[in-house]
Design a protein around this ligand. Structure first.
Ligand code: FO1
Length: 338
């Protein structure tokens, strides 16, 4: 696609951040602007459903994961949080019996939460606070929170867990981190969704893009959360952009995290084919035009094509940036043919 100018990515945390890093690397190479950058502008619409207020601070896990990953400060082995992190302050907070002892806010990471919280208290929107933080990290893409209003994902427990009775709602991060998604969940509830709206620029970023990408983020609690915001699903369905997705499932297993546990909650099988069909072909009222899956799942291509999707099987393991850049290139090529 030679006349590519604008790409919009609907992302969650680690998978979306790593994919976008590869996309930016590919665009610099394929569409250079002559000064070491790319002439293609990239907007990342980021899930804020994992956000929480903890120790009096507003914590935005997915926005920070994308910002640190694209800005070069992320802990590579964790995929989230800062490199060279220490935990002196969180140990002190725990010594006072405060905080979540199963959720560590590192010392460097706390710097981000303190500045963000101060900006919000001064009246900045989350979009403005994010833009301010990105002046330091220079991610090479525009980061937009999906909404400037809090829309936290909470999990309805299907069984009791510690102090939580069956049927109660707990924050997604408690289910995800404290319980490793190992406690039966019956539904995800987006608290505040009914009074939320997409952040400024989100709908335009989807409508005005040449390509909209759905990276290998969690299709339920990350991408799904973004899509559930009023107007977003419609914007994706009707954009003149080509819409391509990348499977977060390879060979029947979630590449990262516990996406299979989330898919089970909404009754979707953990397979590249099932997730592709879950998003659905725009030709048949769905959300995507193309679906990239791993070579291990190549046998699913005919069924996906029959469902109206342009499907292609390529290596999807994001081993390193060059490998991910090739994946992004394949996704863009699929978009140009979808
Ligand atoms: N994940 C963990 O497994 N354990 C943690 O203690 C933890 C702390 C944490 C702090 C800040 C932050 O931005 C992310 C953090 N995460 C932690 C990762 C987090 O669960 C994920 O980034 C997403 O929210 C889920 O994909």
């Amino acid at each position: 696609m030679t006349d590519l100018q604008r790409v919009t990515v609907l992302a969650g945390g680690v998978g979306g951040a790593r994919f976008t890093r590869g996309l930016l690397a590919h665009l610099k190479d394929a569409h250079p602007d002559g000064t070491g950058g790319s002439r293609v502008s990239v907007t990342v619409v980021v899930n804020t459903g994992d956000d929480m207020t903890l120790d009096g601070l507003r914590v935005c896990p997915d926005l920070d994961t994308v910002m640190y990953t694209l800005g070069g400060g992320v802990s590579e082995e964790q995929g989230w949080g800062r490199a060279d992190e220490t935990r002196r302050v969180s140990s002190e907070i725990a010594a006072y019996g405060r905080g979540w002892d199963w959720f560590t806010l590192g010392d460097l990471d706390l710097g981000t939460h303190i500045v963000r919280t101060e900006l919000l208290r001064e009246g900045a929107t989350l979009s403005e606070a994010t833009e301010y933080l990105c002046r330091r990290w220079r991610p090479g893409a525009r980061l937009l929170p999906m909404s400037d209003r809090p829309v936290e994902t909470h999990v309805r427990l299907g069984e009791a867990a510690d102090e939580h009775p069956a049927g109660s709602l707990i924050h997604f991060e408690e289910w995800w981190v404290r319980y490793r998604a190992g406690v039966v969940a019956t539904e995800f509830v987006q608290v505040g969704l009914e009074s939320a709206e997409p952040a400024p620029g989100v709908l335009e970023a989807i409508r005005d893009a040449d390509v909209v990408m759905v990276p290998p983020s969690n299709p339920v609690v990350s991408v799904g959360t973004v899509l559930n915001l009023p107007g977003v699903r419609e914007a994706v369905r009707h954009t003149s952009a080509r819409v391509v997705g990348v499977s977060p499932i390879i060979g029947g297993a979630a590449v990262r995290g516990m996406a299979d546990a989330c898919l089970a909650v909404i009754g979707v099988e953990t397979s590249a084919q099932a997730v592709g069909l879950h998003y659905g072909a725009r030709a048949n009222g769905g959300l995507i035009d193309g679906w990239l899956l791993d070579e291990a799942d190549a046998e699913a291509v005919p069924a996906l094509v029959d469902a109206g999707l342009a499907a292609r099987a390529v290596p999807l393991w994001m081993r390193d940036v060059p490998t991910t850049a090739r994946m992004a290139s394949e996704a863009l090529d699929l978009a140009s043919r979808a």
